[in-house]
Design a protein around this ligand. Structure first.
Ligand code: AKG
Ligand code: FE2
Length: 362
């Protein structure tokens, strides 16, 4: 049995950035910390499990972002995934365009620089998106538009190993997020399975390989400030900083911590917990000129036809829940698919124009 740290978190020292609303390069000023949580404690004795659950509750409530170690994925495997990302983005443009996202009504494949918008402004990043590998369902005129999200991925002929490697990576990350979500339910004194009915056919999973090119004269918006919409996000980043989180002290750099994933809470968990769990604003600032940053982001959410319950928290936890005033009639709870589709249509206007001009009530 490991020694249990009585003081709670291990912290990673990361540079703190000056608070500002402008997306400019920020001078480092002082230090702050993001928590580091060791998932392997969950497989330990009862006291170790309790230690993890307690740390998770505080990190997810107060910061909404933390580093995760002890998750079972080796650093070598993580490096292999980042190397695959580099291989893919280094392909000639024609090979990337073979799997251009605009060809897929299911929002899968390659999008070039500035193809995706965050709050209406273009992100300076290239991406390769996959989701669950599924056949396209048979639909009728009455079928909900969000069924268009379901379908096969696009795979580049030039990197044949990408398919098996990324699908197996996606499964591994899905398992980690489900384990974390069940631990979060225990932290909220719910049955561990409290949200399992919303992922009973497998959670909604969405993964992106991302390349952020170095800064040029123009915008430094790698990705603009946003919250993630789903349940949980895992980010694997390379050795370059750029990811930043908004805290009470200002924008904080999530400096790379080798071997760790960065985890953050999405809006659907914030809503289901009436704001106890915090979905935190974050962004990526473009790396310095002459460098590039690679990352892999994995998003886990409720299945598209789910109804998400508003959790009944015990009174001492409910007293700490910050809102948003969750209303069980909030359409986000029962229109999961519709809301995912809305987000994708807004982010990818080219796909919307190519495949969704007939979409009903978006
Ligand atoms: O690339 C990163 O580090 C994070 C990207 C991100 O926040 C997103 O794609 O939602
Ligand atoms: Fe994000």
């Amino acid at each position: 049995m490991r020694a249990i740290r009585p003081t709670g978190f291990l912290y990673a020292e990361v540079p703190m950035l000056q608070s500002t609303t402008q997306q400019q390069p920020f001078p480092a000023s002082g230090k702050t910390a993001l928590p580091v949580l060791d998932l392997s404690l969950l497989d330990g004795c009862a006291a170790e499990q309790q230690q993890f659950i307690q740390q998770l509750r505080v990190a997810a409530r107060d910061v909404g972002f933390f580093y995760l170690t002890g998750h079972g994925q080796t650093e070598a495997r993580q490096q292999q995934i980042l190397a695959l990302a580099k291989t893919f983005f280094a392909l000639p443009l024609a090979d990337k365009l073979q799997v251009q996202m605009v060809k897929s009504p299911h929002f899968r494949g390659y999008s070039g620089l500035q193809a995706e918008l965050t709050r209406g402004a273009p992100d300076i990043r290239e991406q390769f998106d996959i989701m669950a590998e599924q056949p396209r369902p048979l639909t009728t005129a009455q079928s909900p538009d969000w069924q268009g999200l379901i379908g096969p991925n696009q795979w580049p002929q030039a990197v044949p190993e990408l398919r098996s490697e990324l699908l197996s990576w996606q499964h591994s990350l899905s398992d980690i997020t489900v384990k974390l979500m069940r631990a979060l339910m225990r932290a909220l004194q719910q049955p561990a399975e409290a949200l399992d009915s919303t992922i009973s056919q497998g959670p909604y999973t969405h993964m992106k390989l991302i390349r952020y090119p170095g800064q040029t004269q123009g915008s430094k918006q790698g990705v603009g400030a946003h919250k993630d919409p789903g349940y949980l996000t895992l980010v694997l980043q390379d050795e370059h900083s750029g990811l930043e989180v908004e805290t009470e002290q200002g924008w904080v750099s999530v400096a790379p911590l080798p071997g760790a994933f960065v985890v953050n809470i999405g809006e659907l968990l914030e809503l289901a917990s009436n704001g106890y769990l915090k979905a935190t604003m974050h962004r990526v600032v473009s790396p310095a000129a002459g460098t590039e940053r690679f990352s892999c982001a994995f998003f886990m959410a409720a299945q598209l036809d789910a109804t998400v319950p508003l959790l009944a928290l015990p009174s001492h936890l409910a007293a700490e829940a910050k809102g948003p005033a969750s209303d069980p009639n909030n359409p986000l709870f029962y229109q999961v698919g519709q809301n995912v589709l809305k987000g994708r249509l807004r982010s990818h206007p080219d796909v919307a124009a190519a495949h969704y001009t007939q979409a009903k009530a978006i």
